[in-house]
Ligand binder design. Structure first.
Ligand code: KIV
Ligand code: NA
Length: 264
C-alpha cells in the first residue's frame, strides 16, 4: 500500500473527491481504519475526553500524545497520520518545534495540527520553515473552551463569520496545508472551502467541506456521555467495527454524510 501524502489530499480537492478522516488512539482501530480505506487518521487531543474521561482536552500532555501517536502508527500503512499539538504545547516557536519533533520522530506522525489563527500563524510559519506539514483548526476550538464558554457553534453572526473567513485566509497564507472547521454553519463552511486552495475537513460543518472527520468513539457509539449532534453511530446497521468505518467512508464519499440533521 502506497502511503497517502499531503499533495495527494490537495489533488483530491482539485478533482472534487471527498477526503475521509477519522480519529484513532491505538493500533487496533488504526488497522481497521486503514483496511476501510480512510485517507487520514488523526490522533486528536480529544483522547483527553473519549479515552481518559476528562471534561475537556486541556489536561492532555505531550507524553500522552506521543504515546498514542506511536500506538496508532504501528497499526497504519496507508493513511496520512496527523497528531494534535495539545494545549500550551505550541505557545512559542521553540516549544512548538521541539514538541513537533517528538510527534514526528518518536510518534511517527507526518503532520501536526494546532488550533487558532493570529499568533498561531507565526507558529505555522515556523513549522513550515522546518518542512513540517501543518493542519490548522478553526471554528469551535476545544482548547479555547473557557473563553468560548462551552462547546458551541461558531460564526453564526456576521462579525464572527467575517473573522472566521479572515482567519481561514490567514492560516492558508501562513502555510497551512489543511484546515479543520469544527461546528461552523454549513453555508459559511462551504463558502470558506470554495475560497481556499487548501482542503477543508469538516466536523459539524456541513457537507460543503472538502472532507469530513469524526471522533471514532462517536462513530461507534461508545462516547462517554452524550454523543454530539453532528456525529452518527455507524455501528448501528452493521455488525463490525470495520463495517462501521467502511459505512462512514462510503457515506462521506457519496455525499450522504453529513445530512442536514448533522449540520448547523
Ligand atoms: O481532537 C480531535 O479529535 C479533533 C477533531 C475533532 C478534529 O481535533
Ligand atoms: Na483536537
Amino acid at each position: 500500500a502506497v502511503p497517502i501524502t499531503v499533495p495527494d489530499l490537495q489533488a483530491r480537492k482539485r478533482r472534487g473527491e471527498k477526503i475521509v478522516a477519522i480519529t484513532a488512539y491505538e493500533a487496533g482501530i488504526a488497522a481497521r481504519a486503514d483496511e476501510a480505506g480512510v485517507d487520514l487518521v488523526l490522533v486528536g487531543d480529544s483522547l483527553g475526553m473519549v479515552v481518559q474521561g476528562h471534561a475537556s482536552t486541556l489536561p492532555v500532555t505531550m507524553d500522552a500524545m506521543v504515546y498514542h501517536t506511536a500506538c496508532v502508527a504501528r497499526g497504519l500503512r496507508r493513511p496520512l497520520l496527523v497528531a494534535d499539538l495539545p494545549f500550551m504545547s505550541y505557545r512559542n516557536e521553540d516549544l512548538a518545534l521541539a514538541n513537533t519533533a517528538r510527534l514526528l520522530g518518536e510518534g511517527g506522525a507526518a503532520m501536526v495540527k494546532l488550533e487558532g489563527a493570529e499568533w498561531v500563524c507565526t507558529i505555522i510559519h515556523a513549522l513550515k520553515r522546518h518542512e513540517v506539514p501543518v493542519c490548522a483548526h478553526l471554528g469551535l476550538t476545544p482548547q479555547s473552551v473557557h473563553r468560548l464558554g462551552g462547546y458551541k457553534v461558531q460564526g453564526r453572526d456576521e462579525p464572527t463569520a467575517a473573522k472566521l473567513r479572515a482567519d481561514a485566509r490567514a492560516v492558508q497564507d501562513a502555510g497551512a496545508d489543511l484546515l479543520v472547521l469544527e461546528c461552523v454553519p454549513a453555508g459559511l463552511a462551504t463558502e470558506i472551502s470554495r475560497d481556499l486552495a487548501i482542503p477543508t475537513i469538516g466536523i459539524g460543518a456541513g457537507a460543503g467541506c472538502d472532507g469530513q472527520v469524526l471522533v471514532v468513539h462517536d462513530l461507534l457509539g461508545i462516547t462517554p456521555g452524550k454523543r454530539p449532534r453532528f456525529s452518527k453511530d455507524f455501528l448501528a446497521g452493521t455488525n463490525s467495527v470495520l463495517g462501521a468505518i467502511s459505512a462512514y467512508a462510503a457515506a462521506v464519499r457519496s455525499g450522504e454524510f453529513p445530512a442536514a440533521e448533522h449540520s448547523y
